[in-house]
Design a protein around this ligand. Sequence first.
Ligand SMILES: Cc1cc2nc3c(=O)[nH]c(=O)nc-3n(C[C@H](O)[C@H](O)[C@H](O)COP(=O)(O)O)c2cc1C
Length: 203
Amino acid sequence: MIYMINCSYKGRTSNSRYFLGLLEKEIKKYSDTECVVKNIKNIIVRGFDDFVEDIKGAEALVIGAPLYVDGLPAQVVKLLEMIMERCADEFPAIPVYVVSNLGFYEPQQIRPLFDIVKNWCDKIGTVYGGGIAVGAGPMVRIIQEKSLPAVLYRKVDQDFSKLAKAVEQGQAVENIYCSSAVPRGVYLKYAHKMFNKALRENK
Ligand SMILES: Cc1cc2nc3c(=O)[nH]c(=O)nc-3n(C[C@H](O)[C@H](O)[C@H](O)COP(=O)(O)O)c2cc1C
């Protein structure tokens, strides 16, 4: 079983959940391994003991987290601390992967987030398996969901396929930084329009 955690405050509607789904879809192409997706809030608030039991039977852990203020959302830090403090000895030596997305166009801005998770893995004695970062994540999701020309997101699909193979085989990969083929200037114009609309609607 592959244990995935959706670490966005937005829960089911989040982009993190969407990208975990993309990975799950790719994994299913290679194997029958079951993928379980849990919401981080449920684990922290009432399901921590169940999480500790379930993770012992998992082949891999996938942390699906957005970039917030150049780092991990606070509730992910909280979970990593809880594991460290309460069950570091019992935590299995399974590979830990990261699926992340961010608002900025350049996916490399996610590097500190990957480093935080890798440092945590080193400290707890488990294996950092690598991560995938999707630049301009909200836009990539929209162009895929609206079925715009596949050439715009083919590279994203290929990169998720590469990570899926590694997860399925329990192997480590170099961090993957992926973007759509939409030019930066076009994205910036689009993003500003969407931000202004969201501000007007007070979302
Ligand atoms: C509180 C907050 C902080 C954010 N900080 C960053 C940031 O530092 N860099 C960035 O590129 N995007 C940033 N974003 C944008 C998110 O990474 C982006 O919207 C992402 O798609 C959110 O994923 P989610 O739907 O899974 O929460 C931030 C968003 C929020 C709400």
